[in-house]
Ligand binder design. Structure first.
Ligand code: SF4
Length: 496
């Protein structure tokens, strides 16, 4: 393990590559794709497995295992599809957009290798309509790699690469919800995993509809017209796929030359909140969190002290005495938290813990789709009660009721959002119970609200949060008043 070099630059160059030629000359771009096309796909999968690369979208699932699983479920008749999840939306995260803006070529090269391995003829880069600059950059990069002949696989044929511009919702970044949107439905998570089944509706009889897989109308037609089982879909996060080409070109051992045994390689971290210089930085896995916060982002401002670090809205908060924890999947898991997408939102002592809990709770309650009753209803109840405490309208029993609702919010949950609500808000309530209890007393003075929302920009040491989220209603309309219906009840028309 080596953590001496910091920061490092494997997927996020210090100076953005303006052209494909720069990528080729700077880091040997194209070598991984060339090498992958010279060997059997098993060799590529084995190299990925040996590298220990884990998904950087949040779950940390081994990438080689994922590719092998997708291959094992491939259809004899229909092509597997390849999707790059570029629908970043975790509060405090900018890393995928930073990579796509500075180095889209590594993402495209990795996706082309993936497509070859799983036998996909199409690559869909699923991003958000609101990411205009990223969409423009992707189109120009795709034109360049097309002109360079990279899309023409000698065995698979020409790979079609498209950029999909999806909705703003947080759940669009959830893997199965993303696939639902790609086939024209709402970003509502489903149960069937992508490696078994994707999103094509397979209609067998008038009332027998089930989820299938595949992304194109051709695949839908083929599935509906035959007894074929739908093919799987490979979905990889932007940062994950950006690591692939270099692993194939330079080998698993090179990849493991930084990082830890269980978390090899680097990770692109976003540090925002109460730091002097919000930033995106690529660090070796295993780097102490304190070093990233202090050296990359200048720590908290003068006359302030760090109160806690919010790990996006996915994992338990960390407290000041835990800042020397290494940034790795195993260290965070051992602590009872998680690395997620390496979003570190630094919170200083100017924020009241009740406001922090209310901000997280509101974000997750609003973004809940409502397919699961407890997630939406208990989530909104928690959010409302915390807002009452923040506004000085609380009463002592509220804290106990919040704990009761936190205990049930994840009952029957279809996706991880409800558990995130339970874990993140639960960790704030538990850590700062005395401060919350005091603020919950009758006649407390109101404290300032704390907005938790997606980043809309991060540049030159300035991070911008989506202020419009403050007006987003739980039914996913903006402004006005809430209909009282969950999105899953209200949105029965296709809206992508
Ligand atoms: S857990 Fe929440 S966000 Fe996830 S599917 Fe159920 S209602 Fe929707």
């Amino acid at each position: 393990m080596s953590i001496a070099a910091f920061p490092v630059s494997r997927v996020l160059p210090a100076v953005p590559y303006e052209t494909l030629a720069e990528y080729v000359s700077a880091v040997g771009g194209g070598d991984g794709l060339r090498d992958a096309r010279l060997v059997q796909r098993e060799v590529v999968i084995e190299e990925l497995e040996a590298s220990g690369l884990r998904g950087r979208g949040g779950a940390g699932f081994p990438t080689g295992t994922k590719w092998r699983t997708v291959v094992s479920f491939e259809s004899a008749d229909l092509s597997t599809s390849m999707v790059v999840n570029a629908a970043e939306g975790e509060p405090g995260t900018w890393k995928d957009r930073a990579i796509l803006l500075a180095n889209p070529y590594a993402v495209l090269e990795g996706a082309l290798i993936a497509a070859r391995v799983v036998g996909a003829r199409t690559i869909t880069i699923a991003t958000k309509r609101r990411f205009g600059e990223v969409v423009t950059r992707l189109h120009s990069a795709i034109d360049e790699v097309r002109a360079a002949g990279w899309l023409d696989d000698p065995d698979v044929g020409t790979i079609e690469v498209t950029v999909f511009e999806g909705p703003e919702e947080y759940l669009f970044g959830e893997e199965t919800a993303l696939l639902e949107v790609l086939d024209g439905r709402q970003p509502f998570p489903r149960i069937a995993p992508p490696w078994r089944r994707g999103v094509v509706e397979v209609v067998r009889g008038d009332h027998d509809v089930e989820s299938g897989s595949g992304l194109s109308a051709d695949v839908q037609f083929a599935v509906q017209s035959s007894d074929n089982e739908p093919p799987p879909v490979l979905v990889n996060n932007v940062e994950t796929i950006a690591n692939v080409a270099a692993i194939i070109a330079k080998g698993a051992e090179w990849f493991r030359s930084v990082g830890t045994a269980e978390s090899p390689g680097t990770i692109v971290c976003t540090i925002t909140g109460a730091v002097r210089k919000p930033s995106v930085i690529e660090a070796p896995m295993g780097t102490p969190l304190r070093r990233v916060i202090d050296e990359a982002s200048g720590g908290v401002g003068l006359d302030r002290s760090l109160q806690c670090v919010l790990m996006g809205v996915s994992n338990a908060i960390l407290t000041p005495d835990e800042l020397d924890l290494p940034i790795s999947y195993e260290a965070m898991r051992q602590r009872g938290s998680g690395l997620g997408s390496a979003s570190f939102i630094v919170v200083d002592d100017s924020t009241h813990p009740a406001a922090l809990a209310a901000g997280v709770s509101r974000f997750l309650a609003v973004e809940s789709c409502g397919q699961c009753t407890a997630c939406k209803q208990d989530g909104l109840r928690i959010s409302d009660m915390l807002a009452e405490i923040v506004d000085g309208r609380g009463g002592a029993p509220d804290l106990h009721t919040i704990e009761l609702r936190l205990a049930t919010v994840a009952d029957g949950a279809r996706c991880s959002l409800a558990t995130q609500h339970q874990v993140v808000v639960g960790s704030i309530v538990e850590t700062f119970s005395a401060a919350l209890h005091e603020q919950a007393q009758i006649n407390s003075a109101p404290v300032a609200h704390y907005l938790v929302a997606e980043l809309t920009a991060l540049s030159g040491g300035i991070a911008t949060i989506d202020e419009t989220f403050a007006a987003k209603q739980p039914d996913w309309t903006h402004g006005g008043s809430d209909s009282g219906q969950a999105p899953a009840e209200r949105l029965d028309e296709h809206r992508v």
